[in-house]
Write a protein that binds this ligand. Sequence first.
Ligand code: 3PG
Length: 402
Amino acid sequence: FKTLDALQPKGRKVLLRADLNVPVRDGQITDLTRIERLAPTIRELADKGARVIVVSHFDRPKGQRVPAMSLEPIATALGTILGRPVRFAEDCIGPVAEQAVASLQDGDVLVLENTRFHAGEEKNDPELSKALAALADDYVNDAFSAAHRAHASTEGVARFLPSFAGRLMEAELNALNVALENPVRPVGAIVGGAKISTKLDLIGNLLDRVDVLIIGGAMANTFLAAKGVAVGKSLQEADMHDTARAIMAKAASQNCEIILPVDAVTATEFRADPPTKTVPVDAVPADAMILDAGPETVRLLTEKIVGLKTLVWNGPLGAFELHPFDTATNLVAAEVARRTQAGQLTSVAGGGDTVSALRHAGVADEMSYTSTAGGAFLEWLEGKTLPGIQALSELSERILPL
Ligand code: 3PG
């Protein structure tokens, strides 16, 4: 696909697909990362004289105009971060959007209302793609984190305009390429989280690609139980034992080393600061549950990480939201950050809870790359082709008439 290097945007109307789907609580944006990471693309386009028309979804209004899901406050936050005026139009297509676009001067930035207020967005309706495309001369997709959705503004629109990857999209794809397509070996992955059942494809793809697979979180309990270890009241998936055994057998047959916890921090109730017992994994009390990896496991993981040149991280090692069950995640994250900063390790993290866990550990900015994506990062780890990216590379070669 083409990047912004191939676009001379002066005087052109550029439709920029961003991901302004930022976390909001009680009307306040709780994390500005996605907006901050998008800002360089907007600045570059505006500074080069483009008329920048930003489109994005926000939340899941399901084709209805839900006032609480308006992008207007997020457009205001974007203006603050850019340090320049950002206009807002109350629809992403039709006369309101057309008039707002017509009034733009070179270098101006306009945000259009939530694309998901139109049912055609999630249906990838060509009529909506065409109406969006008709607003602009070029399409830039900078929404890697929405690239797993084949929607009108992420996929369909690329059929109708010359299409380019924005700088954030480029950075995300470069990082993923360095981590798994062409990694410096040995390469390892940390996969945590609650359930194997939601990460089967991901584990299957990683087994083919990494030398060391570290399994953490409640997911590790299922693997331990599948090996015959009594895990007490720990969260685990009893119907996944055969699957877990098949994964371990496959790993062994292709020289991928699977690392499971060797000790655990347990408690009889799931709350902050309960009485805890740290035990080897084969000595979990019958009335207790595993809530974090123990110190021996942290030592083992640290040793394994020292042997790696590249590491992909998805998912925490314990119930990190509650102290002290954030300890293993914090300690391992600190080690990954230390080795990364020392130039000994390339580390790429993303997906779901991972970034909040690393932020909680205070090292989210000390990885080689921290993805802004949740679901898209996971689908990429699963080895899937993301429709938004495929559209950039393939469809833009064959532009259809509007
Ligand atoms: C995300 O936050 O992962 C993306 O913005 C996609 O949002 P969605 O899951 O509502 O499609």
